[in-house]
Write a new protein. Structure first.
Length: 318
């Protein structure tokens, strides 16, 4: 009798999960209903998982810092900034190679690694006489916290305020975003109009990258990622000179997304430099991209002027 009761309980549990077919229902309808129930459960679990682990899917930080400006013999300062949430994030402040222009570039990296991966870009920008400032997002390198889109925006705001505290203004600050950093750069440029904006190998909006590779997941990705890092929409409210850098051979962020950004921009000046190689092949395009950056600087940033100072009886650069 006890064994019979135990068997009945087991059967009841099984029937609750997958009820048996009613006598007045066809096998086809029963199987269809079972499929829809299972599909619904899988969909709910997938959506909940995507929402819960969204930050882990987007950001891939590294804590160990490899190359620094010191390895290249550059003078620089390590600066600790404070975000609106109270997190301490680490930034680099690297003077230009020569004082051709008094201007700063605020550089925002991609979603993987940390600042040690952007030394090639720093070298090129520094060679143009530009002060380069970069920040490790929360959870990257030695920065405190864990990465989240809003926290990354706060780190960008903190870097802007640092540049302003150093005497730079909207007239001589260039914002540069690489890959995911393009979404951060466009956010900052919308809120603090810069002298120019550079979008390097970046996307229209975050969800468009996986959607391009996995088009059957577009509804799911739209639900989970929404309009995060939506550079294309923000460009409508940005009016400074724009430079887009991208390679048709980029297998991470499709070239047509960068092209779409360029074509949609309605500002007075825009330029696009088409490179070659993969997503991380900046060195392969260093000469070509440098020429595009030089052209942008000539449009957006006036060169230093020598002004005579009667008191010191000497010239100073402004």
């Amino acid at each position: 009798m006890a064994n019979l009761k135990g068997a009945n309980k087991t059967a009841a549990k099984r029937n609750w999960l997958i009820p048996g077919k009613p006598e007045n229902m066809s096998w086809g309808n029963w199987l269809l209903r079972r499929f829809l129930v299972i599909f619904g459960l899988v969909a709910v679990i997938s959506i909940a998982g995507g929402l819960f682990f969204k930050d882990e899917l987007i950001f891939h930080p590294r804590h160990d810092v490899g190359l620094t400006p010191k390895h290249y013999g550059y003078e620089y300062q390590e600066v600790w900034l404070r975000t609106a949430d109270g997190l301490r994030v680490k930034a680099w402040d690297i003077p230009g190679e020569h004082a051709e222009r008094r201007a700063a570039v605020l550089f925002f990296q991609g979603n993987a690694g940390n600042m040690s991966l952007i030394m090639s870009q720093i070298t090129t920008l520094r060679s143009l006489g530009l002060t380069v400032m970069a920040v490790d997002y929360p959870g990257y390198g030695e920065s405190e916290g864990t990465p989240h889109v809003d926290k990354v925006y706060q780190a960008a705001e903190a870097l802007w305020q640092h540049a302003v505290s150093r005497g730079f203004t909207s007239d001589n600050i260039v914002i540069y975003g690489f890959s995911l950093g393009g979404g951060v750069a466009s956010y900052l440029a919308e809120n603090h109009p810069p002298a120019a904006l550079v979008l390097d190998s970046t996307f229209t909006r975050l969800r468009d990258v996986p959607s391009d590779h996995l088009p059957f997941l577009r509804p799911y990705l739209k639900l989970v990622l929404g309009d995060l890092l939506d550079t294309k929409t923000r460009l409508a409210d940005i009016h400074c000179p724009l430079l887009v850098l991208h390679s048709p051979e980029d297998t991470i962020v499709p070239y047509h997304l960068g092209r779409e950004l360029f074509e949609s921009y309605q500002g007075a000046y825009k330029d696009m430099v088409i490179g070659q190689g993969g997503h991380m092949d900046f060195l392969l395009n260093q000469k070509l991209y440098r020429e595009g950056l030089q052209k942008l600087m000539e449009v957006a940033l006036p060169p230093l002027k020598a002004v005579w100072d009667d008191e010191s009886e000497s010239y100073s650069c402004i």
